[in-house]
Design a binder for this molecule. Sequence first.
Ligand code: NAD
Ligand code: UDP
Length: 343
Amino acid sequence: MTILVTGGAGFIGTHTLVELDAADHSFVVVDNFSNSSQKALTAVEKITNKPICFFDVDVRNEEALQQIFENQAAAGRPITTVIHFAALKSVSESVSHAVRYYDNNIGGLLKLLGAMTKSNVNNIVFSSSATVYGDPEALPFEENHPVRPKNPYGHTKAMAEQILDDWAKQDKKNKAIALRYFNPIGAHPSGIIGEDPNGVPNNIFPYITRVALGHLPWLNIFGNDYSTVDGTGVRDYLHVVDLAKAHELSVRYLEKSSEGFFKAVNLGTGTGTSVFQLVQSFELQCGVSIPYQIATRRNGDVSSAWANPQLAKNLIGWTAKLSIADMCRDGWNWQYKNPRGYN
Ligand code: NAD
Ligand code: UDP
């Protein structure tokens, strides 16, 4: 049994490859390297000590995907499950380039499902996001909270979930899990793989590590007047290694289930951390001070978001184990050792 990992060269993909390997799964990777580099896969090989079979292919190329499924089957290594990470992920860019986001994220999923259907591949783990919920009616977010995304990126995730739900209903062999990630941060403890965003990061954690390096002068904290513990925004940060392990457990769950289904599952720790708390923890763990300025609220930001992760525990046996301190230490270890990322 082989797993196809689309977007396997990205931040979460690389960490997942390491966990798949540790659990003795074989996999092949498809990535068009639009937001990553082959160097990330070379780095994974350093950890696993095995060569990675990868294809420089766009997931919107259905024929190429089908060829990969056929070749793997012919070689006696049929693909049984797909983990689909490949997508564009910037909220702000999705507003200015909405059609590109729908084309890549929805177009890519449709072509992938087309190739899977033709090749009788029935299992998929999909990267969804807590952003599908939009403004919270109540916290923590439960999976049955209304889905009301606030930007095109979030819409692509909500639409993809609907497509997968309908795909699961069209054939009772089809099984799909959409993992709604909260805020993955940190890096593999080896410091060999980690997050490597292009340009100035949008997300807080890589922004903090670049301030710590001295590449950026200070952190802008977007608002200190929210109704939260200290006025700054609250999120459910989870260690990317914990997140990666959830994919391995999801694969096992899909492969052992006999009936078709679609399920959306939250992945978070169940605990909220404010921006100030995250900065303080980083300073304490890493011994670096993070200068900051209070800036105005960022458009579209919710005040607080954290998960109820109970379903992940019940369904796939997953709970987050690593702490904010672990996330800060490992994320800084990666950034410090690789100040220019993979370059
Ligand atoms: P990433 O950008 O690091 O990885 C995505 C990978 O997909 C990249 O290697 C990119 O080159 C590849 N890719 C993009 N479009 C492609 C296409 N058409 N064909 C082939 N490859 C393509 O992102 P990530 O942080 O690893 O996120 C992985 C998934 O998780 C994405 O679907 C993202 O939307 C989702 N997600 C991420 C976060 C987060 O905070 N990182 C949170 C929620 C959900
Ligand atoms: N944030 C911030 N400064 C930054 C980036 C983010 O203060 O440079 C805040 C943001 O307002 C939010 C939290 O940090 O409260 C997490 O933001 P991020 O973009 O990482 O995740 P998301 O908002 O998508 O959950």
